[in-house]
Design a protein around this ligand. Structure first.
Ligand code: S3P
Length: 439
């Protein structure tokens, strides 16, 4: 089924598979696409991105940037061109609709905080429940004029800085979040003086790499990143690497079946995103990296995934933070491992597009799995046989896709309700899954 034809409330039926075989190339990384588009909007000149994300979240970013006066085109072959504003966007006549995308709302706030006009950022029901104080606090310290709605969530209202310009800050982040880091750096780019952002663990570093790719100087030492305000960005031409968080679903699927042989070309393997390769290798899957190249600081390579007997594992601490987007699919395949999985320190999953801890527990139980839910994760026994079930995506792309993968090894068919949610990050998921799943 092609997602463009998928309406709200769509159901996809997944039949059990025998193997996962084929060679695939994935749409561009969502995190990188957001950042490239936003920085291109601030840069001077025309930027051009091949393999830009096809997900609805990045569309929300592109549409918001258009509403802020940027000329943006997208061709049928996935090339996005952005004509930069040279640092000065224009006010939007309507509230900026961030849709389901926390990345759009949080990172765009960092840019809008430094502009000389007022903006309002709104989102869908899911985004309207997500925490925004983590953005409001550092930006307020930078003397931004920003406020959140009730309970610290959207809508966000941002006006020109009271003193005319943002001020650089020294900030130790209380919440681990790459979106917050990028927002502060994007604000720092427009601020007076230097901005220093320190985190307890290096979260994904696409923001820093993208700033450098657009010509800005960014200093890094360990988990501290610094930028001096007032730098000009120059337009960029780049190929966006395939999204490793989308690849994660197929990597887990291939690991489940003895005859699998899956090749994923041109996928992003930035070390701050690639923890899944280590975990899958550690539990027994065979992963081969065929070649590696660097483009604008991002590592891109071809990956071969084959089955191995899957043991179990415990994931906690820093590893949980690095795997945050991949934990739902790891939990979904945990019952098929020999010893199961314990996943802890992942409380942040409760404030994603859905409460992903509750959604995974509910859907695993619908498939007949034994799972113990904790405030910050799950304990899932291994060696289980699951049955087909009716799954509820809760409107969350990663829940829909994670359970499509679990469904490949159930007895009987599974219906994924709310399957259209996948198009938030990966519209092509269902057709690609159909192509590589041998039945
Ligand atoms: C993202 C960072 C992570 C991740 C999200 C994308 C990014 O969120 O879960 O899918 O592009 O920076 P947090 O910043 O909330 O940790």
């Amino acid at each position: 089924m092609n997602d463009d034809s998928m309406k709200p409330g769509s159901t996809c039926t997944i039949k059990p598979a025998k193997n996962i075989v084929g060679t695939i190339r994935l749409p561009g990384d969502k995190s990188i696409s957001h950042r490239y588009a936003m920085l291109a909007a601030l840069a001077e000149g025309k930027s051009r991105f091949e393999n830009f994300s096809t997900g609805a979240d990045c569309q929300s970013t592109l549409q918001s940037l258009r509403d802020l006066g940027c000329e943006i085109s997208r061709s049928a072959d996935g090339v996005v061109e952005v004509i930069g504003s040279g640092g000065k966007l224009s006010p939007s006549s309507n509230p900026l609709d961030c849709g389901n995308s926390g990345s759009t709302m949080r990172m765009l706030s960092g840019i809008l905080a430094g502009q000389s006009f007022s903006s309002e950022l709104v989102g869908d029901n899911s985004l309207s429940r997500r925490p925004m104080r983590r953005i409001v606090e550092p930006l307020t310290l930078m003397r931004a004029n920003i406020s959140a709605g009730e309970h610290g969530g959207p809508p966000l209202r941002i006006s020109a800085p009271i003193s005319g310009r943002l001020s650089g800050i020294e900030y130790k982040a209380p919440v681990l979040s790459a979106q917050v880091k990028s927002a502060v750096l994007f604000a720092g780019l427009q601020a007076e003086g230097g901005t220093h952002f320190e985190e307890s663990l290096r979260t994904r570093d696409h923001g820093e790499l993208a700033l450098r790719a657009f010509g800005a100087e960014v200093q890094r030492s360990r988990n501290r990143v610094s930028i001096v305000g007032g730098q000009k960005l120059m337009a960029l031409n780049a190929y966006v690497p395939g999204d490793i968080s989308s690849a994660a679903f197929f990597m887990c699927a291939a690991a489940l079946f003895p005859g699998s042989n899956l090749i994923i070309e041109a996928v992003g393997m930035n070390p701050t995103r690639a923890a899944l390769l280590d975990v899958l290798t550690a539990i027994g899957a065979r992963m081969t990296v065929i070649n590696l190249e660097e483009h604008h600081g991002e590592i891109v390579g071809t990956l071969k995934v084959e089955h191995g007997t899957l043991r179990g594992t415990k994931i906690s601490g820093a590893q949980s933070a690095q795997l945050i987007d991949e934990l739902p699919v790891l939990a979904a395949i945990a019952p098929y491992t020999a010893n199961g999985m314990e996943i802890r320190d992942a409380r942040e999953l409760r404030v994603k597009e859905s409460d992903r801890i509750a959604a995974v527990t509910e859907n695993l139980r619908r498939m007949g799995a034994q799972v113990e839910e904790h405030g910050d994760g799950w304990t899932i026994s291994g060696g289980q046989r699951l049955h087909g079930a009716k799954i509820d995506s809760h409107g969350d792309h990663r829940i829909a896709m994670a359970f499509a993968i679990a469904a490949l090894r159930t007895e009987g068919e599974t219906e994924i309700h709310g399957a259209e949610a996948a198009s938030i990050s990966f519209g092509e998921f269902w057709t690609m899954l159909d192509r590589i799943a041998e039945r």
